[in-house]
Structures are given as C-alpha cells and as structure tokens.
Design a protein around this ligand. Structure first.
Ligand code: CAO
Length: 430
C-alpha cells in the first residue's frame, strides 16, 4: 500500500532563512532513503538534506534561491510499504509527516562565510543537472560549490564505491579549464550577447571567411604573445627624391615604384644585421629557430578582408623586380586569386597604411613571426639640425615585437638600423 509522505526541514538548531543552493530531485524521480534532496547553506555551513522516505517524488516545493526554516515543506514522496520501512503507510497524509534527520553541518560555525564564486565556464556550471544526487560528502560538495563546479557533472569519483573526492573536483576543474583554453584560445569569459535591436534598427551582415579566420588568428596572437610596439620616424627626404627621379624615367605604362619597396629592402637589411628578428620561437618556447631566407609578408587590404602575400628572397631582388612582384601579388590579392603558397613562409610582415594616412598605430605580430613593421603617412616636418630647422620628409614607423624573443633595446636598435637604411639608401648596397 502506498502513502504520500511530506518531507520537511527538520530541526536545524535555531537558524532561520537558510538558503536553498541546490535542489537535486524533481517530480517523478525514484529516490532512496537518505538520498540527498537538496543542499542548504547558511553563511557558516553547507548541509545536505536527506530524504526520510524512499519512493517516487510527487511534488517539490522549493527551488534554488529560496529560503527555508525548520518545518518548511520540501517535497512529497509516494512511498510504498515495501520500499519504506520508515514511513507509516497506514497514517493519513496529513499525519504521515516523516521529518528528515537533522542535516549535518560540514563547516564549524567559526569558519568564514562561504565566498560566492565568480561565474565560471558553462561547462563547469551547466544547469543540465541530473536529478541523481552525486555521491560525495557535504565537505566535498561545499568545496565544489566554492569553485563554482556543478558536482553532478563529475561522473566518476575516485573514492570507495565511486564517491567523489576533493581531488576529483580539482581534476575536473583542470580538465575543463584546459579544454576552454584549447577551444577559445584563452579560457577567459566570453562576451555577453547583446540584443541591439532594442536600441534601434539593425542589419546583420555575415563576416567573410577571411575576416573570420583573421579574427581568430589575431585573437590567438593577442592572447599568446606579450607584444610591445615601438614608434619612431625615418627621414626619407633623399629616398623620396630618388624614388621620384626613378619614376620620372619610367614610361606611362610602367608600374611606378612606391616607397614601400624601399622599406621592404631596408627591413631585410636590418634583419640581416639582427638575425633574432628573422626567427620564430619553437612551439615549446625553448628554442629560437633562425631563418636563413628573407621572405617579407605584405598586408594587403582587399574587399574580402586582410590577406598577406609573401615576397620571397627579398635579399636577392632589386627595387624594380620587387616593384613588379608587389604589384602582381597585391593585384592577385584584391582579385582573390592568391594561392595558399603565395601566403606562406613569411619572416616579417609589413602593414602599410601610408597610402591612407595616420601618424602611428600598433600592428599585431603575424605569429609565428616575431615582429611586424607598421607604416603610416610620411609628411614634411621642420627638423632641427642643431643649427636650424630644415624641412624633411619624415616617415612614421611602428615596430611591434614579441617580447619573449626581442628585448626593448634590441627593438630600438633594429628600428635605428631601418631608419639608417631609409635615411641613406646607399647603405643598402653595403
Ligand atoms: N606616406 C606617404 N604616402 C604614401 C605612403 C606613405 N607612407 N605609402 C604610400 N603612399 C602613397 C603612394 O606613394 C601612392 O601615391 P601615388 O598615388 O601618388 O603614387 C599612394 O599613397 C597609394 O599607395 P598604395 O597604398 O597603393 O601603394 P603602396 O605600395 O604604398 O602599398 C599595399 C601597397 C598593397 C600595401 C597597399 O595598397 C595596401 O593594401 N595597404 C593596406 C595595408 C593594410 O590593410 N594593412 C593592414 C592594417 S591592419 O593590420
């Protein structure tokens, strides 16, 4: 014969308004005697509320966030006489109240209040809680809650009969955090979704594949590399005069030489002088892989997003050859005709915004390269020679480097070398 048993909060020792932090059963669940129905928490202790009856849960009257006191109705359980030696099936419902045993506090009253944890990755706290009570002591449950871990997500425990131990909780956190780092590149909390339509009209535009991939790569680099950007200016007055003279010799249909080609040559000469800039850090971070080839990536703006074709063996090529190659590769890039091989094997990238403007910016290293050179618009400036102000064409340069590989002083010396080559391009011949 079955009877409906009301399960109430027992005498908890003069404490009222206890927080319900977890409810572990729902209507329809089959529960055993002593199975934990809910987890309660005061500011001093956490306690499991065991069932005083076995049977089928009919109704649950509390939810996480509620406050309960002695006598608060927790749930009703339909218990059969066979299942339930504690319940008295012959008693009427109203009289069949079987108070649960007093829950055992897990922390002494003198312990500090439980600190509410910061939100953790969803994988740790997911609310898809199984109704089965996890097999763990209240102390381990408290520990899990302090870390923001939903203990029901730990499927196997290392203790006797699969009991979840503190070490199981720690291992679970380590595993989830490691997975989070691999998946998102950071393990940092994700940005909240915002419904912008609540503020006005909006239109959704799908990102191009290039933009999405570039975004992922840039985020990965941003989070993995400690980057420093160093700014300086090169005096390109003479270089510009030479460039203008060279272009004047060209016929109308020839591709014109842009300042970028000289910058590429100057960069490579500086890389020859400072080999640590023509290098990559090994994946384990233990070795520097020095490259004996000089391939320069050029960031090219295209309608689909940013792409970086690579000019190969720049040290062996002259200004005219590089001019033709830059024009060909940047055209191919804009037409979306670059092959993967055209974009591989770069040693350092140049990001030039000089055609547009700007005074400085902080480009992001195109890892596994260790540096990137940013270029903005050259402009005539009065430069003090020690005796007088002279009008000089000054080119702003921005060198971002991976600080794990390049020291600040090396960065400054490398930039000084680039400036020297650009300031007197005859040095490129040396
Ligand atoms: N200062 C002053 N003028 C400059 C200059 C500079 N630093 N750089 C270029 N110019 C001038 C050029 O001389 C040219 O002038 P004319 O039209 O009078 O000949 C004009 O600006 C346009 O140059 P350009 O940009 O077409 O040519 P480029 O060789 O300098 O650059 C390329 C080629 C492919 C790098 C460029 O077209 C481009 O795509 N730039 C964008 C790069 C980019 O998106 N970077 C990513 C930033 S975010 O990481």
């Amino acid at each position: 014969m079955a009877a409906l048993i009301e399960i109430k909060v027992p005498d908890v020792g003069n404490v009222a308004d206890i927080d319900v932090v977890d409810v572990l059963v729902k209507p329809g669940d089959q529960i055993k005697l002593e199975q934990t129905l809910a987890v309660l928490e005061t500011d001093k202790a956490s306690m499991d509320l065991p069932s005083s009856a076995a049977g089928t849960v009919q109704e649950v009257f509390i939810k996480p966030g509620d406050k309960v006191s002695e006598g608060t109705l927790i749930a009703t359980v339909l218990a059969s006489a066979e299942e339930n030696s504690v319940a008295k099936p012959e008693q009427p419902v109203q009289e069949a109240v079987a108070p649960a045993p007093a829950p055992a506090p897990v922390a002494p009253a003198s312990e500090p209040a439980v600190v509410k944890p910061e939100p953790l990755p969803e994988t740790l706290t997911s609310s898809s809680v199984s109704s089965a009570a996890a097999h763990a002591t209240p102390a381990v449950r408290l520990f899990a809650r302090e870390l923001g871990v939903d203990i029901h997500k730990i499927t196997t425990g290392g203790g006797r009969k699969g009991r979840i131990l503190k070490d199981d909780v720690k291992n679970f956190v380590k595993k989830v955090m490691a997975e989070g780092v691999t998946q998102s590149g950071s393990g940092i909390p994700s940005m909240p979704a915002v419904d912008f339509s609540q503020f006005g009209d909006i239109e959704e535009q799908k990102l191009s594949k290039i933009k999405r991939l570039t975004g992922q790569n840039l985020s990965r680099v941003w989070l993995n590399l400690p980057m420093v950007t160093y700014h300086d200016e090169a005096d390109i007055t003479e270089m510009e005069a030479f460039r203008v003279a060279l272009n004047a010799e060209k016929s109308k249909d020839d591709v014109k030489i842009t300042g970028l080609v000289f910058i590429i040559k100057a960069l490579v000469s500086a890389m020859e002088q400072f080999p640590q800039f023509n290098a990559s850090l090994s994946a384990d971070g233990e070795k520097l892989i020095l490259k004996k080839y000089f391939n320069i990536g050029i960031a090219v703006d295209t309608p689909n997003g940013l792409v970086v074709p690579v000019l190969r063996d720049v040290n062996r090529k002259g200004i005219n050859e590089l001019t033709a190659e830059l024009a060909e590769k940047s055209n191919k890039a804009r037409l979306g005709k670059l092959m993967p091989a055209d974009m591989q094997g770069g040693c350092i990238t140049i990001s030039s915004l000089g055609g547009i403007g700007g005074t400085a910016f902080t480009p992001i290293v195109n890892a596994p390269e260790v540096a990137i050179l940013g270029v903005t618009r050259a402009k005539m400036q009065p430069v003090w020679t020690g005796k007088e102000f002279m009008p000089r064409l000054m080119l702003p340069l921005d060198l971002t480097y991976d600080h794990r590989v390049i020291d600040g002083v090396e960065g400054a010396r490398f930039m000084a070398a680039i400036k020297q080559y650009l300031g007197d391009i005859r040095r490129l011949l040396l």
